[in-house]
Design a protein around this ligand. Structure first.
Ligand SMILES: NC(=O)C1=CN([C@@H]2O[C@H](COP(=O)(O)OP(=O)(O)OC[C@H]3O[C@@H](n4cnc5c(N)ncnc54)[C@H](OP(=O)(O)O)[C@@H]3O)[C@@H](O)[C@H]2O)C=CC1
Ligand SMILES: O=C(O)[C@H](O)CS(=O)(=O)O
Length: 483
């Protein structure tokens, strides 16, 4: 792997300001999903190392919470500037370990850094209240204090921005953090730790530990850890929430999705097609906010499928390092299997294959961008999150019918629709049971917006002024004897 700054390829964990191997010397191999090649090894740590990290983070918290907000803000800004200055190397690490095309990987790095830039300033806006005087000899006020030692477990699909979206509000609030990145994609997190060290973050404030499930268990069960943030599947999120219950931790959970994407008969079809392409095939469909069900009104159904097919034909599948590639490999064979299973189930129940439908001729983990027509609500592809480059098209006839379809899921993360009727835009956005709604757009995420879901898509919000609240405790103080 040829980085401009080779020292950003870290193959040890960052704990209490030091780079460490596992006590057992055991390692986990990191492979490039595009080629299967071994690109790095990282420590396979467990309970003992995690407990050391927790102790170090507890000690560091006591120091970090007493930094002035200006000093915390300055260090975060240093970190942001170092990430931007090294975005090509960070993008290359991300492309090699996760597979997304290099330009898309670099965009993720810049997107991830935008959270650090945002929270570097948000640190200065954490203020409390002076309360009404309860009695003539008393004064009362509210302050907001950092919650303490935080833990985060992050997924493989956004190995850079899922780290910064959790760590930056925590650090801005004055907390210390221990991050356990996905085993498939640890290199981005470790490089971010190196740059945080260079930015002047004190030892123990930000820690990155790789290894077994024991890490999650130890973090979830520790009474010292006061906050747990997780991004990943609903199944694992619910399990971690149960594990954290015994020590009553604050939780932020960004979980699974099943996004509806509705195209009404009054929509601008060309714009809707662009929105679907930007949304559905980003990261090879491996995002929790990808359209999982595409509802198209009967009147424009055939025209929409015709135009979407033409657009899909322009997508290039390949190694993310190659020029012009839009869709990289899926992350592993189980991801390929899930896409195949959803296609097979739909075809058996009467769906029609319009484009793709099988592993790409490149083989391995590459999958053809796929369109299925005549899909119905009863098919697996409409009930379960596919997490792949599969666009299932479902026909509908009325607004009431499609709202019922769209809300018929245990998830509630992102939703989208295209319409040029203003009254309908307000009606539909208010009727959709989701944490986020995109009207006439297929992309939602930015650092100024509260990202998160309702129902079984999660708890809490990341990004925006709302994102820092989950890393703060409210303290009420009453001063007596002032007569
Ligand atoms: N709402 C959101 O923002 C997002 C939601 N997701 C959802 O996550 C799923 C795909 O991501 P994926 O990474 O496979 O999800 P997983 O839930 O399988 O894994 C997410 C992270 O949790 C870890 N993990 C898995 N099981 C446990 C456990 N029992 N205890 C502790 N840690 C555990 C994984 O570690 P390891 O790598 O070692 O397996 C990984 O780091 C999809 O459902 C997707 O929608 C994904 C990204 C964002
Ligand atoms: O994990 C995800 O899917 C991301 O949260 C999607 S986004 O924030 O990059 O849009």
């Amino acid at each position: 792997m040829q980085l401009t700054d080779q020292s950003l390829l870290k193959q040890q964990c960052y704990i209490n300001g030091e780079w460490k191997t596992a006590l057992s010397q055991a390692t986990i191999t990191v492979n490039n999903p595009a080629t299967g090649e071994h690109i790095a090894q990282v420590p396979n740590m467990g309970r003992i190392e995690t407990e050391l990290a927790i102790k170090g983070a507890e000690k560091a918290f006591k120091q970090w919470k007493n930094f002035s907000v200006r000093d915390r803000s300055k260090i975060l800004k240093n970190w942001y500037q170092l990430i931007i200055a090294n975005k090509e190397d960070l993008g290359l690490l991300l492309c090699l370990e996760q597979g997304k095309p290099l330009p898309e990987a670099i965009r993720e790095v810049v997107h991830g850094a935008s959270y650090i830039e945002w929270y570097a300033e948000e640190a200065k806006r954490i203020s409390g209240d002076i309360l009404p005087i309860p009695a003539v000899d008393k004064r009362a006020f509210v302050t907001k204090e950092p919650i303490g030692v935080c833990a985060a477990i992050t997924p493989w699909n956004f190995p850079n921005s899922m780290i910064t979206r959790k760590v930056s509000p925590a650090l801005a609030a004055g907390c210390s953090v221990i991050v356990r990145p996905a085993s498939k994609t640890p290199l981005s997190a470790l490089a971010l730790a190196e740059l945080a060290h260079r930015a002047g973050l004190p030892d123990g404030v930000f820690n990155v530990i790789t290894g077994s499930r024991e890490i999650g268990d130890t973090l979830a069960e520790s009474p010292i850890v006061r906050k747990f943030s997780f991004t990943g599947s609903t199944e694992v999120g619910a399990k971690l929430m149960a594990q954290c219950a015994s020590t009553v931790k604050k939780m932020t959970l960004e979980l699974g999705g099943n996004a509806p994407f509705i195209i009404f008969d009054d929509a601008n079809i060309e714009e809707a097609v662009k929105g679907v392409i930007a949304n559905k095939y980003r990261n090879a469909g491996q995002t929790c906010v990808c359209a999982n069900r595409i509802y198209v009104h009967d009147k424009i159904y055939d025209e929409f499928i015709h135009q979407l097919s033409i657009a899909v034909d322009t997508l290039k599948v390949g190694n993310g390092l190659d020029e012009g590639v839009n869709i990289g490999p899926l992350i592993d064979q189980s991801a390929v299997h899930k896409v195949k299973e959803h296609i097979q189930d739909a075809l058996e129940k009467g769906a029609t294959l319009i484009r793709g439908g099988k592993t790409h001729s490149l083989g391995g983990l590459f999958f053809e961008p796929t369109i299925l027509a005549n899909v119905t609500q009863s098919m697996k592809v409409a009930r379960e999150e596919t997490f792949g480059p599969l666009a299932p098209i479902i026909r509908f006839y009325t607004e009431e019918e499609v709202i019922t379809y769209a809300n018929d899921t245990i998830f509630g993360l992102a939703s989208y629709f295209f319409s040029q009727d203003l009254a309908r835009i307000f009606r539909v956005s208010e009727a959709l049971e989701y944490g986020m709604v995109g009207a006439n757009t297929g992309t939602l995420s930015n650092e100024m917006a509260p990202f998160g879901g309702v129902k079984q898509s999660g708890i809490g919000r990341e990004g925006s002024k709302y994102g820092v609240a989950d890393y703060l405790e409210i303290k009420y103080t009453l001063l007596g004897g002032l007569s």
